[in-house]
Design a protein around this ligand. Sequence first.
Ligand SMILES: [Fe+2]
Ligand SMILES: [Fe+2]
Length: 249
Amino acid sequence: MADPVESSAPKEGARALKVAAVGDLHVGEDAQTSYRDLFGEISSEADILVLTGDLTNLGKPREAEMLAEDLRNCSIPVVAVLGNHDYESGAVEDVTKILRQAHVHLLDGQAVEIEEVGFVGVKGFIGGFGSRMLGSFGEPAIKTMVAESVNEAMRLENAMRQVRAKRTLVILHYAPIADTVAGEPPEIFPFLGSSRLAETIDRFQVSAVVHGHAHRGSYEGQTPGGAKVYNVAMHVAKPSGRPYALLEI
Ligand SMILES: [Fe+2]
Ligand SMILES: [Fe+2]
């Protein structure tokens, strides 16, 4: 049976940090489910909660307030990135403010160090994978799209350079590799992430990478350079048997 806890923990010295990671909560105004109990459970299972974007369903401030309310039941630090859904209503500044007021370390091209582990977060963007990645060619609209993808990878690189800790967890919304989106229709792979993120990750030493967005994707994969990647979207089956993944960093 697979171990329910994935370990990238240091072999000697520093204590391993237990991270619970989950994405795509999609908190909606009409939501029947509260995450209060889940956050309570996670607080007793892990040292840190990581949220990999699509925190809200439509990016409405009211949805962010509902999530903030549920997070009052979370007694451990929370580190998060936003997802595409959090941009839908054009209220991303309000959503960000509400979540930061709820003590969420909301990362958008920054790093935060907690208990000797560096958490680096950026949303990422679309663009496709490997040799099939969309190139900057043709219409200005295509070039703008590719530029956004390159820009997110550069922001990830800048955030990585801020890290002084020996252990690093990279937090994304979009996938950096195709392996963890496998299970989704192949026609939409280019909209689920970009290999440019993996190219950046592989220039550094990282303990693990978590992302969401691909609800029907696969749990586990690795970058060409060997960094472990986990799709922690809450709909994806995980060895923990719970909606969240448990990682030892
Ligand atoms: Fe989602
Ligand atoms: Fe998404």
